[in-house]
Design a protein around this ligand. Sequence first.
Ligand code: NDP
Length: 337
Amino acid sequence: GKVLVTGANGYVAVWIVKKLLEEGFSVRGTVRSESKAPYLKNLFASYGDKLEFVVVSDITKDGAFDEAVKGVDAIQHTASPFHLNGSHPDDMVVPAVAGTQSILQSTLKHGTNVKRVVLTSSCAAVEELHDDPRVFTEEMWNKQSIDEIEQKGSKSSPSHWYRASKTLAEKAAWDFVKDHKSEISWDLVAMNPPYVYGPVLQELDGVASLNLSMWLWYKYVLKGGADLKELVTVGGNGVDVRDCANAHVRSMTVEEAGGHRILTSGGVYRWQDWVNAARKIQPDLPEGDTSFDSASIVHPIVFHTDKFEKILGLKYHTKEETSHAILENFKERGLWD
Ligand code: NDP
């Protein structure tokens, strides 16, 4: 079968492309400009013609994906802004929502072979930020960020712009499926990962060009953060990029996954937990706060993540395993020595 992967040059997407090729699929990747393809062609040179690229310069345009969806059996839609460089909520919300609607519209019209669409959503479409600890499940939606941007516009926090963009894009996808139920022959799966960490395969121009999540890992674990206090106060949920990519591929091949939202968290952390994991492999890394007692931390956000094992049949990497792979990878790529 052939799979369309949008934003194929991104951190998560390159891993999805790799898994798909390893499993024998042909891949058509979309990139925003021609210049982003040669590096990937070279990275996956051993797969020859099984990997091809098409340029979709503006994913928000009507019909942008009309050609790209022709002849593919499934779609992995990952392209969406994940950075904090915007100046207005729409800088995130418009590409996320219009990009999702545009690919689904093209699929409706021209994706006659498509059986399943996997949307890279985020745990940001599920969780709301609160001080009191809560367990979030796939039934829950982040309304908080939508309210924030509606009420405060560009005065709201950029992290809510991103969170709202993911929530509104995922909602738009489920709405599309509902509205076109009788006309479509495919179903939808939404992947809801938290922060993704792990080795980087994408093209880079030094550490400054790392994708946001791995830039944070680099900053906190290899550089010790901005100050010591952050290492024990800042945290969240994380998942290994290989687990995240595997989950995307399984979500496409496992029949039962159709129609599900799937939270995929490998666990909670404060940055000091990653420092401790990485220092088991590389003892000369900055030690951070040695008085940190991980077991005493009550994490405000915990996810219900059963579907990863029960539906997709996968097992999470540990922080030690992820750290090990990152350190090897950063050395190989000359990002750190
Ligand atoms: P990257 O920044 O590495 O990749 C983002 C991809 O989306 C790139 O291909 C990028 O293209 C494309 N893209 C970004 N903005 C636009 C736009 N306005 N129009 C068209 N294409 C665009 O990020 P990740 O790999 O980390 O993210 C991939 C997906 O995973 C996103 O949907 C993100 O929300 C989601 N996600 C990521 C998490 C993480 O921690 N990394 C956590 C949860 C979800 P270009 O290179 O041309 O800019």
